[in-house]
Design a protein around this ligand. Structure first.
Ligand code: NAG
Ligand code: NAG
Length: 432
């Protein structure tokens, strides 16, 4: 078997072309229990950008937009000089990795004897195949958060990803040169990192609520420490579901949950239960590329009517709607706490992992209201039209400052209350 030469500060490990599934776990410098990926919010696009680092020196090499769907990490290789990196190698066509990456296509496509894959920008929904090649690269991850300069990095020696072209990065946050998939797909980050580091297929996501705040994705087995508060045991759990009726093959690796009912200001919202059932036009999924929660038309109407009625009771003056939102209010007339504007709370009752029980996902001001230009505060839900692919898409605004644990082995999603209510935030997360 091919071996990696020793890694020096000056030269990255040279990964030989034949090494696809690398036998070189020694390069990882011990097996970490968990690794972290720092995340920041781009306010212009409302995308969340993860920063991957090079081994030494500790400079960012790649900014990629996080995506709970998608198939793998893809990178703009035209710009990044990735082909030139000594640790980057192309996956040969005949290899097992190529067969796995391209398992939905036969025969495995080939480009100059290099495995040819597919990359999709899930923000613009544009895809690129053709000259999209599959490569492996050495990727390093901090084992601490915040990533202290002295802390060790853990190295995945042969991370598989696809090389897209610059045109595919259109629509991404400035500085982002690719997208990093957190889906349950075989070559998305959670499963590849679990393989490289031999930890569980599990990650926790904490999205920051401003551009100046730090967020994090933690892969593996970590305790959820925020400063000195341990939130590991304070999560509620709902089963993670696979959509059996996927319009697109990729949606089978997205994260669906079972939403049973919505309560606004203590009153149940009348909903068509069929639309909440996972299936052809139903179900509830989580999305980080959708900034706001998108609701099928009849659900949107029922929810906004309920919210508007509560706000009318509280005598908060409405102001003209600001697209894409329908309900906007005079921000100066609204009280605010550390957990955001004081508005009626949404309770999303989801299936509990405890049989025949439901668990409440409480959504309060910070996760409901969006401040728009001019100072109005709008309810951050969007009308998804009649018969959308998914009835309820929980967008990233509702996930900010909430700790979400995606446990792929246990097929369950853990969620915390909004951390701000405890005077905490994602940036207070501590690993290592
Ligand atoms: C494939 O080979 C041709 C001819 O050598 C070259 O022009 C082209 O850039 C190569 N394509 C890739 C993706 O490397
Ligand atoms: C509920 O939604 C389903 C699916 O769109 C539809 O077929 C049905 O007619 C709806 N039921 C009611 C009472 O509106």
């Amino acid at each position: 078997m091919a071996r990696l030469p020793p890694i020096s500060a000056a030269s990255w490990a040279l990964l030989l072309l034949v090494v696809v599934v690398s036998p070189c776990h020694s390069a990882a410098g011990g097996r970490p229990k968990a690794v972290a990926l720092p995340v920041s919010r781009d306010d212009a696009t409302r995308q969340y950008v993860a920063t991957f680092q090079q081994r030494t020196p500790r400079v960012p090499v790649l900014n990629a937009v996080l995506d709970l769907s998608g198939a793998t990490l893809w990178v703009d290789c035209d710009a990044g000089g990735y082909y030139a990196s000594s640790s980057c190698s192309r996956v040969p066509c005949g290899s097992k990795t190529c067969r796995l990456v391209t398992k939905n296509t036969s025969p495995p496509p080939c480009l100059n004897r290099t495995c040819s894959g597919y990359a999709k920008n899930t923000v613009t929904n544009l895809g690129g195949s053709g000259e999209v090649v599959v490569v492996t690269e050495l990727l390093s991850f901090p084992t601490t958060f915040p990533g202290l300069a002295s802390a060790p990095l853990a190295t995945a020696p042969a991370f598989v990803f696809t090389c897209g072209h610059t045109s595919l990065t259109e629509g991404l946050a400035v500085g982002a040169t690719g997208m990093a998939s957190l889906s349950s797909a075989r070559f998305a980050l959670p499963t590849q990192l679990a393989g490289a580091f031999r930890f569980s297929r599990k990650f926790a996501l904490c999205l920051p609520s401003s551009a100046s705040d730090a967020g994090v994705v933690v892969f593996g087995n970590a305790r959820y420490l925020f400063d000195d508060m341990d939130h590991t045991n304070s999560l509620l759990y709902t089963p993670l579901l696979v959509n059996p009726v996927s319009r697109s093959s990729s949606s089978s690796s997205e994260y669906f949950i079972s939403l049973k009912r919505i309560v606004v200001d203590d009153r149940p919202v009348p909903l068509n239960a069929t639309l909440l059932e996972i299936g052809k036009n139903g179900g509830t999924k989580l999305s980080t590329v959708s900034p706001y929660t998108v609701l099928e038309s009849s659900i949107h109407k029922a929810v906004t009517d309920a919210f508007a009625a509560s706000m009318a009771t509280a005598e908060i003056p409405r102001v003209p709607a600001v697209a894409p939102f329908e309900l906007c209010y005079d921000g100066s007339k609204m009280e605010s706490t550390i957990a955001g504007p004081t508005v009626p709370v949404f309770e999303l009752y989801v299936q509990s992992v405890l049989k025949s029980k439901v668990a409440p996902w409480m959504v309060s001001g910070e996760n409901l209201m969006v401040r728009v230009d001019g100072g109005a505060l709008c309810l951050g839900v969007v009308d998804g039209g009649v018969a959308p692919e998914t009835s309820v898409v929980i967008g990233s605004h509702m996930m900010e400052d909430v700790l979400l644990e995606f446990d792929l082995e246990g097929s369950r999603l853990g969620f915390s209350p909004n951390l701000r209510a405890f005077q905490l935030s994602c940036s207070m997360f501590r690993l290592g």
